[in-house]
Design a protein around this ligand. Structure first.
Ligand code: ZN
Length: 142
């Protein structure tokens, strides 16, 4: 990765950390789930609202390192408005990227997290919000 690209990715992560998207409690959620990464001290709660088989709204709150917060913020942007099948596909692509299986099909700011795959401890930080999102979907009442 070029130094320029690394700098760009770094700034995307710092920007999402400073100004996370969809960072709020959702009162009328269909489901929610908590995530904890004790290795780093990251905590996250993800709320999800379903409209049929579509993710009508998704939000999160929590505290932790810049990677965990930025990744959760990027997750909300990536899955908002998507169908459950699309959400699963996005989750799978993200998971493949951070576990070093390639960044095929990854678009937008999520690419900023591709470097995480080189740091196993950071993979847990980056994945936290995504796994909480999956858990929130699993326990969502339609
Ligand atoms: Zn962390």
């Amino acid at each position: 990765m070029s130094a320029e690209l690394e700098e760009l990715y770094q700034s995307i992560i710092l920007d999402h950390n400073r100004r996370p998207q969809n960072f709020r409690v959702m009162e009328d959620a269909s489901g929610h789930a908590d995530g904890l990464n004790p290795l780093c001290g990251d905590q996250v709660t993800v709320w999800i609202k379903l409209d049929g088989d579509r993710v009508a709204d998704v939000s999160f709150q929590g505290q932790g390192c810049a990677i965990s917060k930025a990744s959760a913020s990027l997750m909300t942007q990536a899955v908002k408005g998507k169908t459950l099948a699309e959400t699963q596909a996005i989750f799978d692509r993200f998971h493949a990227m951070v576990t070093g299986q390639g960044a095929e099909g990854i678009t937008g700011g999520m690419k900023a997290l591709s470097g995480v795959s080189k740091f196993p401890l950071r993979v847990k930080c980056a994945s936290l919000g995504w796994h909480a999102m999956k858990a929130a979907l699993d326990n969502a009442a339609p």
